[in-house]
Design a protein around this ligand. Sequence first.
Ligand code: SAM
Length: 330
Amino acid sequence: MNVLNDSIGRKVSYLRISVTDRCNLRCRYCTPEEQFPLLNHPDVLRYEEILTVIRALVPVGIDKVRLTGGEPLVRKNLDQLIGWINDINGIRDISLTTNGVLLAEKGRLLRDAGLSRINISLDTLKPDKFSYITRRNYFPQVMNGIETALSLGFSPVKINVVAMRGFNDDEIIDFAALAERFPVHVRFIEYMPIGSDTGWQADQFMPMHEIRRRIEEVYGPLSPVPEDDFAGPAKVFFLTGGQGRIGFIGALSNHFCDRCNRVRITADGRLRPCLLADIEFDLKSRLRHGADAEEIRALFFEAMAQKPKSHGMSCNTVKKCVRVMSSIGG
Ligand code: SAM
């Protein structure tokens, strides 16, 4: 069977699934302030539907799955879904992107079900700034979540920090210190212009080379970690004398579109070939009209033929994709 290639020969092997559009945080840069319409439960893909899709795609080369949201841990029985995915022959890696709020409570179940890796999003190490940016007071829960992930032996535990000038540019060294003291991978991510109602401003954007320079001023030159299969788009470095690592994801300044191996499914069951382009295919309707594995694959091949070569955004772009990140999943 042909592998899932796009029109310029990129092999797509990594499926990112948003399992819910609901979230227990309201991050200012991710979710609009005012109430925004949430999906009705019947409009969210059911676990059986997600499994049907994954099973259909393994024969064309999908071998990595990431669960995201919204906040994936607010969806009931996520550990069961992980267990079922883990039982699918050919899936060699299941990972999760979470805000960490419910991780202390659910981490063990997730690990026992077969979750391989965890990325935890955290943009500040200061409780008051956390409450400001997330509009919720769950900082202690997130820190507990990180400790739980480490104590349960997840490896690596990645901490994703969206770098925003004027918000957390004064904490870059504090985050680097976290990777010095603990075996975590701290990954800085460029702030992207996503969601038409969220307040991205070009002057809040911080390019990765600036963050790297600031860390090197304190820690000396960072030495690159040889590329590993699970580094994803991050450029990863050892921190001299540190237990963890530092990663940089230059989504705009140094985009990795030429190496993109991803395809996404949104919480409402739409297939999205590129995070930052509003091109979508209605997977859910096909599933609910009884599409078999061959028809599901055909839709993915059709979508891959339209996967943009590049997201076309730059550091001072004005273009924003319309969907908010909380409904795509990041
Ligand atoms: N709730 C989960 C979490 O917090 O990790 C998963 C969903 S969240 C949408 C996934 C990631 O997208 C988070 O790390 C978040 O910081 C990131 N994100 C959201 N909006 C972003 C933006 N405009 N630019 C860069 N990253 C963004």
